[in-house]
Design a protein around this ligand. Structure first.
Ligand SMILES: *[C@@H]1O[C@H](CO)[C@@H](O)[C@H](O)[C@H]1NC(C)=O
Ligand SMILES: *[C@@H]1O[C@H](CO)[C@@H](O)[C@H](O)[C@H]1NC(C)=O
Ligand SMILES: *[C@@H]1O[C@H](CO)[C@@H](O)[C@H](O)[C@H]1NC(C)=O
Length: 583
């Protein structure tokens, strides 16, 4: 017994890099098993075991082409990275390199200084067409990645991609191949890797509502970090609603002056620019939504464009307080809208635009005398069909004003609603122009109708993809309307393939509505759950969540490491004891 402290000191002296680990991990049947270190043998960290044990290593999402993770793990020096510019004098590519290095620094935080010990890493990204600077639905996001070790010991990582957007996915994959070994306290990379990869769906989104509660620019940026780490590609910015109008419109500055929660809780043109550039460099499109004709209210007080603003009892005129809906009969409304569209088109330079169209209340319009009179003057009645005609009057004019400010006619996204019902949709929303974002339940017959009619869809079925569900109600007691909470498992398993016409889906989107969320909770409501959607849309795997569970637990840690407060999914014991938790 007296010898024990002495023994520990010796161990410490002879093994300065290693921490004392009693446990080691060994790969058995594609799982890492935790066992005691045997005398005379060296412990292997869990991270080192995992990278070569699972066929997909710890990559998230799993690649869709060839995956060869071979060779041996070699230490790399995060402070000795050579970026081979390779004639790519392109500011996007340079930004991609920078973000790769920043992520590596975060991974290596606390790691032993590898200067002179780890191998040098030489990264080369070859973009076939660097002139493709905008992410579009037709952009080729594929890449290939080869990692090899030269005779001098340095590690070469070569990425080839048709576009920058593929190239940055390659850099993300390369970053995920580098592990932090918590026993040896260094960074390591497998020295013989070949991966070819590309996404199955072109639209892979996360929606964030910044109007029910204000969300800071920093939190929006962290959300974009998570999106790009998970190879999603769209940040859908639901920027205004009836509760607040934080968007500073150059042509209508009164809207945010009156409608923001405070003069500070706004998105100035500089903020918007900042977010767009931040996202662009990370391969993410920022899709602006200006939701109309419903979901408007605050900000418009000095106009007479909004009907039913804060009408009570609200349940008769809208789905949540405060009510508010544009009055389509006011000619000057369209001038104001045109101003907002002009501002947004100039700032966002969008390749797709979201016009909302969510939850229009017919009873709001029907209860507004001047609207019903305007309709009567034209010989219209007050049936649902008549109000849909009124809505079409709005949508047609709004779109005309929008189109005046774009070079080409952009695809327009609208939520499913009365207007998208089978009896109206083809009459009012031509399918070569409109994309429908489906938010109703997965088995809603309307989805099958839209597919039969040939519409392109984005899947956001609330019964899997709404991240705000499962909390307390806020307008009363009990639970909120879309309870229960959607676990990452149901998100992972929610494939557009449940429909026969899966090819009509451009992709899907997870949505965080923020009635009950602000800066303090955005990270853990979205992450890591939206990453489950990331793999579903990137790879459309044939398997269910169970096969992805071990990698998901690692990816969740990766997000935390990069500064995103992603929720814990399980006790860490389950990560350290693979496959011992499933029932
Ligand atoms: C290996 O794992 C698979 C799935 O986890 C299991 O079905 C199979 O029985 C295991 N094989 C052995 C030899 O343990
Ligand atoms: C994307 O580019 C790769 C590499 O050039 C090519 O193999 C692939 O077929 C392209 N994918 C699509 C969908 O065009
Ligand atoms: C509109 O209101 C009138 C009169 O109250 C009613 O008869 C009509 O059914 C309403 N229309 C709809 C679509 O609810």
């Amino acid at each position: 017994m007296n010898c024990l402290p002495f023994f520990i000191v010796i161990l410490h002296l002879t093994n300065t890099q290693n921490v004392d680990s009693v446990w080691t991990w060994t790969c058995k049947n594609q799982s890492c098993e935790k066992v005691r270190v045997q005398p005379e043998s060296k412990p292997i960290s869990l991270a080192a075991c995992k990278i070569s044990c699972d066929p997909y290593g710890t990559l998230w999402p799993q690649p869709t082409g060839r995956v060869e993770l071979g060779g041996e793990l070699v230490p790399v020096d995060p402070n000795n990275i050579e970026i081979n510019e390779n004639g790519n004098e392109n500011k996007l590519v340079r930004a991609g390199y920078r973000h790769f290095q920043t992520n590596l620094q975060k991974l290596g935080k606390g790691a032993e200084d590898q200067s002179g010990k780890g191998a040098k890493l030489i990264v080369t990204v070859k973009i076939e067409d660097p002139s493709q600077m905008q992410l579009r639905l037709t952009t080729n996001e594929s890449y290939s990645l080869r990692v090899s070790q030269s005779s001098t010991g340095s590690i070469n990582a070569d990425i080839m991609a048709p576009t920058y957007f593929g190239g940055r996915h390659g850099l993300e994959t390369l970053g995920q191949l580098i592990i932090y070994d918590d026993i040896l306290n260094n960074l390591q990379i497998p020295n013989d890797v070949y991966i070819t990869d590309g996404p199955v769906y072109p639209y892979r989104g996360v929606l964030l509502d910044t109007a029910r509660n204000y969300i800071s620019v920093d939190t929006i940026k962290r959300t974009i970090d998570g999106i790009s780490a998970s190879k999603l590609n769209t940040f859908h910015w639901h920027i205004t609603d009836s509760q607040s109008f934080p968007y500073v419109s150059r042509s209508n500055p009164d809207l945010s002056r009156l409608g923001a929660y405070s003069p500070r809780d706004v998105y100035t043109p500089d903020d918007v620019q900042d977010v767009i550039e931040y996202a662009h460099e990370r391969g993410v499109r920022v899709l602006p939504e200006f939701d109309a004709p419903a979901h408007v209210g605050e900000g418009w007080q000095d106009t007479d464009f909004v009907a039913c603003f804060n009408s009570q009892p609200w349940g008769q005129y809208c789905v949540e307080p405060p009510c508010g809906q544009f009055d389509p009969t006011k000619p000057k409304l369209y001038d104001a809208l045109e101003g907002i569209y002009k501002d947004m088109v100039r700032q966002f330079n969008p390749d797709i635009f979201h016009m909302g169209g969510d939850e229009v209340s017919i009873s709001c319009w029907n209860s507004t005398y001047s609207i019903v009179k305007w309709m009567a003057d034209r010989g219209w009645g007050t049936t649902e069909e008549d109000f849909i005609k009124l809505w079409n009057h709005f949508q047609t004019q709004a779109l005309e004003r929008f189109d005046k400010h774009t070079k080409e006619k952009l695809p327009i996204i609208m939520w499913t609603s009365t207007l998208t019902k089978k009896e109206y949709v083809e009459k009012y929303l031509p399918k070569d122009r409109y994309i429908i974002q489906v938010w109703t339940a997965k088995n809603d017959p309307e989805i099958f109708e839209l597919l039969k009619k040939g519409y392109r869809l984005i899947l956001s079925n609330y019964d899997a993809l709404y991240l705000d569900c499962g909390y307390a109600s806020w307008v009363g007691e009990g639970t909120n309307w879309c309870t229960p909470y959607k676990g990452w498992q149901s998100i992972y398993n929610n494939s557009p393939y449940i429909y026969n016409n899966a090819n009509q889906f451009l992709g899907a989107e997870a949505a965080l509505w923020t009635e009950q969320v602000d800066d303090t909770a955005v990270d853990n409501r979205i992450w890591p759950r939206a990453a489950a959607l990331g793999e579903r849309l990137w790879a459309e795997p044939a398997h269910t969540w169970r096969e992805a569970e071990n990698r998901m637990l690692v990816h969740r840690q990766r997000l935390v490491n990069r500064g995103i407060a992603a929720d814990a999914l399980e006790p860490r014991w389950c990560l350290q004891n693979e496959n011992n938790c499933p029932t």
